[in-house]
Design a protein around this ligand. Structure first.
Ligand SMILES: Cc1ncc(COP(=O)(O)O)c(C=O)c1O
Length: 385
């Protein structure tokens, strides 16, 4: 009997330790991890610099609260801004949902301060923005809403990659759009370039804030520090989390100063947000991801992974090291994932029947080869069965 709530469909595996891109279970069996804690462990396991920084910081101060200045928090904010929207300001929290919650509140407060009664946010079918009530409402997937109504007021849902569906939803109450440049949980679906160009122009024309959820795509995952940097746009606000702390919980939003100024003292806060431990970790992660050639290597390895996954014969999609493989209905992605686990490979699923690959960003080509060989063996066993 477990004392844990039953809200996760957990696999019956305990992992004891990790090294690089590998995990080891209690019996010492080795698993190649192509899921990295759902796009979190971007530097893999037991990364020397990250482990050392966390241990050193733990021996000094773990947490002190935002009543006081926190040096690594200021440093991480500077790195985030200098490498994204330049005139930005940062708010730190602890998770993706919390970052999006802050983003939504900032949108509302910005228009309130301007004296405009605009609060509606347009999000996209297939999106995922988190599980807190507003982030859940922003998540335009009915399966996640069921049983949690009434939802939060002020969200409308457009079709992903369909500009006309956005235009139809715009009213004098519309404040912002919120989009993932590559939908993660929704099935690893990249936004079309032409769609983003049109959406961005539309936002500028109508005075809407262009907001990007970089929780899964951010921190190098797609081969740029942020996925919006593949497109010709500058978001007004974007959210990050997952990879930012390399496994230590941390989230953030970055907003243009003009927008950020609406978060005045007392308007929004987080007890743990950006504490010493998490920002020391984030600083190491950012320094590594921004080190010479690192982002370029993600792009190359991502192309390689995609090319190799095409050998399965199924459609592959995604950007950088965020790749999905669409399986036919006759093969269950969940069952493939289970069989891969038995054979020492950890992968994920997304959308209705997509396999998801979001490995540590330090993955090597040899490890990519190994993962594809195991996967092909598993798929063959399903086809042969
Ligand atoms: C794009 C996106 N936004 C938000 C979230 C929610 O993040 P968290 O689980 O840290 O609250 C996720 C989580 O999968 C995500 O993929």
């Amino acid at each position: 009997m477990s004392y844990l709530m039953e809200n996760y469909g957990r696999f019956d595996y305990y992992f004891e330790r990790g090294e690089g891109c590998y995990l080891f279970d209690k019996d010492g069996k080795k698993y190649l991890d192509m899921l990295s804690g759902i796009a979190v462990n971007c530097l893999g396991y037991n990364h020397p610099k990250l482990t050392q920084a966390i241990c050193q910081q733990a021996s000094k101060i773990i947490h002190i609260s935002n009543l006081f200045k926190i040096e690594p928090q200021e440093e991480v904010a500077e790195i985030l801004v200098e490498n994204s929207i330049k005139d930005g300001k940062v708010f730190f929290c602890n998770s993706g949902a919390e970052a999006n919650e802050a983003l939504i509140k900032l949108v509302r407060k910005y228009f309130y301060d301007k004296g405009e009664n605009r609060y509606e946010i347009i999000t996209f079918e297939g999106s995922f923005h988190g599980r807190t009530l507003a982030a859940l409402t922003a998540t335009a997937q009915p399966k996640y809403h069921k049983g949690f109504e009434p939802l939060v007021e002020g969200f409308k849902y457009a079709k992903f990659n369909d500009i006309d569906s956005v235009k139809k939803l715009i009213t004098d109450k519309t404040a912002a759009i919120l989009i993932e440049m590559v939908q993660g949980e929704g099935g690893v679906n990249p936004a079309d370039r032409d769609f983003i160009d049109k959406l961005y122009s539309l936002c500028q024309e109508k005075g809407l804030l262009f907001c990007v959820d970089e929780v899964q795509t951010g921190i190098g995952r797609t081969g740029k520090l942020f996925a919006f940097q593949h497109y010709n746009i500058q978001p007004d606000i974007f959210s990050v989390a997952k990879g930012l702390g390399g496994g230590v919980p941390i989230g953030a939003i970055v907003a243009k100063s003009e927008v950020a100024k609406s978060f005045t003292p007392g308007t929004h806060a987080s007890t743990f947000g950006g504490n010493y431990l998490s920002t020391v970790a984030a600083k190491v992660v950012l320094e590594e991801v921004l080190s010479d050639g690192f982002l370029k290597s993600i792009e190359e390895k991502g192309e390689y992974l995609k090319k190799r996954l095409k050998e399965t014969g199924y459609p592959t999609k995604g950007l950088g090291l965020m790749i999905g493989v669409d399986l036919p209905e006759s093969i269950s992605a969940k069952k493939v994932m289970e069989e891969c686990l038995k054979r020492g490979l950890i992968i994920g699923t997304a959308g209705s029947n997509t396999l998801r690959f979001v490995p540590p960003l330090i993955i090597s080509k040899q490890e990519i080869d190994l993962s594809v060989e195991i996967l092909k063996g598993v798929i063959d066993s399903f086809i042969g069965a």
